[in-house]
Ligand binder design. Structure first.
Ligand SMILES: [Zn+2]
Length: 129
């Protein structure tokens, strides 16, 4: 299951230039599996003005379209490596559903951590899971 998720993220990853200068998408790909077993993917967007969003957010938006909020496992990748989620993505996952403090985050080819370990003492509930 872990390999399937990494492969799903790698399948959508691949940077391409948008129509405007200095605007790219797909530099990072992400995949998540919900508690219900569905897999959703997303890609990053990087605009020349500094706006954009992470691949994890795109995958989360796909999940929300299907009215799911509980993430079992998530991973983000470039073609060459696995990336831990940024602080904004960590916070987003918890505020969607505080049970996501138990989300397994794939941070390397061999290692998972719980989202709650990446956000200890969360302000929503004082760190209680
Ligand atoms: Zn992020």
């Amino acid at each position: 299951m872990r390999t399937e998720l990494i492969e799903a993220a790698r399948a959508v990853c691949g940077e391409f230039t948008l129509r405007e200068k200095w605007c790219f998408a797909g530099t990072v790909g992400a995949a998540l599996r919900t508690r219900g077993g569905a897999i959703y993917t997303g890609i990053s967007i990087d605009l020349g003005c500094g706006l954009g969003f992470c691949a994890e957010v795109a995958a989360i938006a796909e999940m929300l379209k299907n009215r799911e909020t509980r993430i079992d496992t998530i991973v983000a990748v470039t073609p060459n490596r696995i990336l831990p989620p940024c602080g904004r993505c960590r916070e987003t996952m918890v505020q969607l559903d505080r049970a996501n403090l138990r989300t397994k985050v794939i941070i390397s080819e061999t290692q998972n951590v719980l989202l709650g370990d990446l956000l200890p003492d969360h302000w929503l509930d004082g760190g209680t899971i």
